[in-house]
Design a protein around this ligand. Sequence first.
Ligand SMILES: [Zn+2]
Length: 206
Amino acid sequence: MDRDRNHTNRRRSSRAAAEIAEEIQVMTAMVLLSDIDPTIILDVRYATENNFTGQVLYPVAKVYVQRVVAERLADVQSHLRQEGCALKVFDGYRPLSIQKKMWEIVPDERYVADPRKGSRHNRGAAVDVTIVRAADGVELDMGTPYDDFSEKSHTRYSDLPVEILRNRQLLADTMKRFDFLPFETEWWHFDYKEWGRFDILDIPIE
Ligand SMILES: [Zn+2]
């Protein structure tokens, strides 16, 4: 009797452990964003010389993020499509070694996370995004280009035409609605609200 009960308990707890392990695996699985939503537009600047470093940092133009982040971005995309718009993603997961390279070029914590602390991009839990018109793919005017490290890129900077303020508001509101937090100095950067659940990684992008 006792032995049976022990056996049942053990089975129950090992099943619970297996479920937890599976959940962890699902929650920490990095996915290719285009596998979750191929309609999201990608413009991976770090795979080109057209970025603030002037160097090609990624060998391929692919965006990886944590699965839950990709699913939330797919929700953002569905929402924007109702507005006649679409989401464009510049960057997602960024290997730690690339972070170190960026830090060598711009050692300013307002714009590049110190690799000793790591960036939320290194966890696959941050994205750089903007909005485009669905009809022709033209970016909405956000007042500055992506990776413009001036005060004008700050989310609180308000000396801008009303149309630009409206565009920034649409981006911020839509991202917040689907669990992303804005970043003070960069209108394009958003952290998934539970970014702390994910580890800093240095798996190369390929
Ligand atoms: Zn960013």
